[in-house]
Design a protein around this ligand. Sequence first.
Ligand SMILES: [Zn+2]
Length: 344
Amino acid sequence: MNRWQGDQLLQQWYAELISNHPERSSYSNIIEQQTQLRNILPQLIGTFATQDDHSITLLETVDCGTYIRKRIECSASPYSYFAAYVLIPKQITAPAPAVIAVHGHGYGSREIVGLLPDGKPDLNTPGIHQHYAIQLVNRGLITIAPDVIGFGERRLAEDMANHADIANSCDSLSSRMLLMGKTLAGFRVHEMLKVIDIVSDMPEVNSERIGIMGFSGGALIAYLTAALDQRIRATVLTGFPNTYQNSILHIHHCICNYIPGQALYADLPQWIGLIAPRPLFVEAGRHDRIFPIQGVQKAIAQLQQIYQQHDAEQQFASDIFEGAHEISGRYAYDWIQKKLAILD
Ligand SMILES: [Zn+2]
């Protein structure tokens, strides 16, 4: 008789973790709990050396009709440079609000600014990313779309040479970084923190009105960035908020979602809740199969509680739309535009 019960064991371990989460026992209030979580987070995601070279290289400038699209190159870490699109509406009064748009799995920043992988215009119906950087810039928001590590031209050279069929370098980067006590999520967040520095220094940008919007794997990076950096004043997370049990512990997900030990301290909604009391909008497709609706509803309920504990219920909003793992934006774009406009 086979007495191996690995499936049950995993469930039991997770149930024990949930019942042992510190907030259920020792923390006296939400502020204390969040301070502890925020303090432990950098250790969990790993730390990275910062780049001394703060120069920004302008790679191209394109007039796109209602906005100017620039492509810049910059760096957050020694030996590593990355490109980002900066979309600037023509009709703005500087300094204006800005949003950092973090793409998910795919071919990189071109996918959200309406371009094909080769840089030519994408004239097809938009995919799951919905060319969402264009949606934001058309609402008067300066929009910065960085190339996230591991996708498109930021795959490892060995993957591009030997595994052209593999769309990203998440696996090869993550597995090696984990051995060295670092996480790919942490490396990506490290670059987003540098992007905030760069955006803050732009003369067109009001540094008091910077938001972030991420989809799927980009929402993981967006929430961690907002959790760690108070300069992010409004956040939209699409196709990601859930419980661990209903999402990355239940369904196969890319290894870049897994941060060692993170579930020891809190479930995913509590980690996302570190954004509170700053404005947060959660969006999800009812038929998303990898971040299922049952987990979305639990996450929304827990986030509502966290915002109530901060007396900031009005700063949290959500939308469940009839769709799959994709961006809708039917309320989210206007929400972030309005939130950044009315900040004190
Ligand atoms: Zn990945």
